[in-house]
Ligand binder design. Structure first.
Ligand SMILES: *[C@@H]1O[C@H](CO)[C@@H](O)[C@H](O)[C@H]1NC(C)=O
Ligand SMILES: *[C@@H]1O[C@H](CO)[C@@H](O)[C@H](O)[C@H]1NC(C)=O
Ligand SMILES: *[C@@H]1O[C@H](CO)[C@@H](O)[C@H](O)[C@H]1NC(C)=O
Ligand SMILES: *[C@@H]1O[C@H](CO)[C@@H](O)[C@H](O)[C@H]1NC(C)=O
Length: 360
């Protein structure tokens, strides 16, 4: 039986008393600052891990929502493609429209609880919040309809960046205690645990970002100004190891978990390509950030956060690949979101998100 929303005359499924279009796909988001829509506005953390100050958000929202860019992030564009409203931070007071999804991501978070411990919502805690939300959904919609919602939903995950950044920016000794292979193995292992937990709750469709070319971003170059603009090779080596392990583990999950499907975007190549050939992709500046200070504007103090209050801001963020020391501009995110949705196999593998979620 096909039901119709009275006012819209489009096919719907009725979840409990909530009437949703038949193609309805909820969007659940887990990870770090690439995709945090502002959860860190609501936790005790350091200003460096928050983006709720001007000029963050200047290009699109016109206020600093907490997103670490000048405007929308990849999940915002994906939400638009899915015909959903922007998915707010889970911790946003009063937010309960979980039938559309929720964003659990936290800037600075990692798959390892040790990463920025006490300052972020780590990946395991993000999953616990998801479980809390899921219990509320079951009360509202019932078992069967919650299962339908969760199995049709898209789970968007970006994690790992901070595991390869924090050892170079703080006095953490985590990395020194292990070989690179062991360390990457723990990151991937903990991420896989959470993927399986989501799968056990009914999740089937996953989208991933691999880790950007961290060793070459403005932040890394500013860490070693004596390097004359060279990349930090050890960081690059770790990131490459991680990205290879991620590709491998996702193939394994697809073969072992019945019905598990994924789309993995190669953020590493995407950003590297634009840093090298900025003009080809419509950017004027590929190496220096729009907002920050010091070499390559790579000091993390956009908006005056951090210890150095004086910062520089470019006139037009859409001319820059990087908005701040560590994060792409809205324009770069928009380009990637489109490639991910359409399924450009140069960047996303083995499907695009549109095909993954079965949108026509
Ligand atoms: C956050 O930190 C402040 C100051 O240290 C403290 O007063 C407050 O209780 C903390 N809030 C939470 C939710 O932990
Ligand atoms: C690391 O430790 C040294 C010595 O205790 C200290 O001077 C330095 O500020 C610390 N660096 C960071 C990033 O915490
Ligand atoms: C998860 O990370 C912890 C360190 O936080 C590590 O001891 C553990 O072995 C990791 N788990 C997996 C499955 O890799
Ligand atoms: C994909 O990559 C190939 C080889 O690098 C290139 O020739 C082609 O133009 C790319 N396609 C798109 C849509 O970017």
């Amino acid at each position: 039986m096909v039901l119709y929303c009275a006012s819209l005359m489009i096919p719907t499924q009725c979840l409990g008393r909530i009437c949703l279009p038949e193609e309805h796909v909820a969007l659940f988001i887990f990870g770090e600052s690439m995709i945090d829509a502002g959860n860190n506005n609501y936790i005790n953390t350091t200003t460096v891990l928050q983006s709720n100050i001007w000029p963050y958000g200047e290009s699109y929202f016109k206020y600093p929502s907490g997103r670490a860019s000048d405007g929308r992030l990849i999940p915002d564009f994906i939400a638009e493609y899915l015909k959903l409203p922007f998915v707010p931070p889970y911790l946003h007071p009063g937010y309960h429209r979980y039938t559309d999804g929720a964003n659990f991501a936290s800037a600075g978070a990692g798959a390892l609880v040790e990463t920025n411990r006490g300052l972020v919502i780590d990946l395991h805690t993000q999953f616990h919040y998801f479980e809390k939300m899921e219990r509320l959904l079951r009360q509202k919609l019932g078992e069967a309809e919650t299962m339908t919602l969760l199995s049709r939903a898209l789970y968007f995950i970006s994690i790992g960046t901070n595991e390869y950044l924090v050892p170079f920016t703080s006095n953490s000794t985590m990395l020194q205690s292990y070989s690179h292979e062991e360390y990457v193995g723990m990151v991937i292992g903990n991420m896989t645990t959470v993927i399986k937990e989501i799968y056990n709750k009914g999740g089937r469709k996953f989208a991933f970002l691999n880790v950007e070319p961290l060793g070459c971003i403005p932040l890394a170059k500013a860490l070693k100004p004596g390097n004359g603009g060279a990349c930090i090779e050890e960081m690059t080596a770790l990131v490459k190891l991680h990205n290879k392990a991620l590709s491998h583990v996702l193939q394994i999950q697809e073969s072992q978990l019945k019905g598990f499907k994924y789309s993995k975007a190669d953020l590493y190549s995407f950003v590297t390509e634009r840093m090298k050939n900025r003009l080809k992709y419509g950017f004027k500046e590929g190496k220096m950030a729009c907002c920050g200070s010091g070499p390559y504007r790579g000091v993390v103090n956009c908006g005056g956060k951090g210890s150095v209050k004086e910062y520089e801001l470019c006139g037009n963020p859409s001319e820059y690949v990087f908005f701040d020391a560590g994060h792409p501009s809205e324009k770069a995110y928009q380009q990637l979101a489109k490639l991910m949705w359409d399924g450009d196999l140069n960047v996303t593998w083995p499907y695009g998100i549109k095909a993954l979620v079965g949108h026509k």
